[in-house]
Design a binder for this molecule. Structure first.
Ligand code: AP5
Ligand code: MG
Length: 188
């Protein structure tokens, strides 16, 4: 089986976006980053952008209803038919339940790539980047939100989907290599 419907999972700053972009390009998957979608809406000054700005800047989660609607619409687009890589979604158990229900048995995800990186490295990376939500207190807040609201998603998905655990510390190339190795092993 070739894995073409994937979730990439991990704490803020673990390299989801970086690795997802590379992987999507190589495997021709639609890269769906909910964080990028929200930031694009904010930059465009759309209604959605106004609705979410305060939450995103504080590092709090946008409502499950809004996020599910956004992702469901995105998954109806043609470029997702041949495969997709969801980055930053699902982030709550409710989102995970909604996603699996929306996809149904026909389009069920093939697996989850889980990036593990220690907290201090996450803080270091985010401070080096300096996005609007990358100051020290907001990063620590996002880590807390991850632990409380997002980490439980993993427990929900275990037993439902294969989880491929990847050590997320090292050079970009080393991590890409580890992801490819895990996927190849799961593919064969
Ligand atoms: P989102 O955009 O998803 O942010 P995040 O999960 O906090 O994660 P980041 O994007 O900061 O990190 P990443 O894991 O993608 O790592 P990256 O590759 O960038 O969400 C932002 C906000 O939107 C949320 O707080 C919430 O408000 C809202 N939101 C989004 N989705 C939502 C949802 N489903 N429900 C509700 N709300 C939602 O790498 C990080 C940095 O490290 C980069 O500078 C990168 O260059 C560097 N780096 C990457 N790899 C390495 C490496 N191997 N070594 C050294 N540096 C590295
Ligand atoms: Mg990201």
């Amino acid at each position: 089986m070739t894995m073409r419907r994937l979730l990439i999972f991990g704490p803020p700053g673990s390299g989801k976006g970086t690795q997802a972009a590379l992987l999507a390009e190589r495997r021709r998957l639609a890269h769906i980053s909910t964080g990028d979608m929200l930031r694009a809406a904010m930059a465009a000054g759309s209604e959605l952008g106004h609705q979410v700005r305060a939450l995103v800047e504080a590092g709090d989660l946008v409502s499950d209803e809004l996020m599910l609607a956004l992702v469901e619409r995105r998954l109806e687009e043609d470029d997702t038919r041949e495969g997709f890589l969801l980055d930053g979604f699902p982030r709550t158990v409710k989102q995970a339940e909604g996603l699996l229900e929306t996809l149904g048995a026909d389009r069920a995800p093939d697996g989850v790539l889980l990036l593990s990186v220690p907290d201090e490295e996450l803080v270091r990376r985010a401070l080096a980047r300096g996005r609007a939500d990358d100051n020290e207190s907001t990063i620590r807040h996002r880590l807390g939100v991850y632990r409380r609201q997002t980490a439980p998603v993993l427990g929900f998905l275990k037993g439902r989907l294969p989880i491929l655990e990847i050590e997320g510390v090292g050079t970009l190339e080393e991590i890409t290599e580890r992801i490819e190795r895990e996927l190849d092993a799961a593919d064969s």
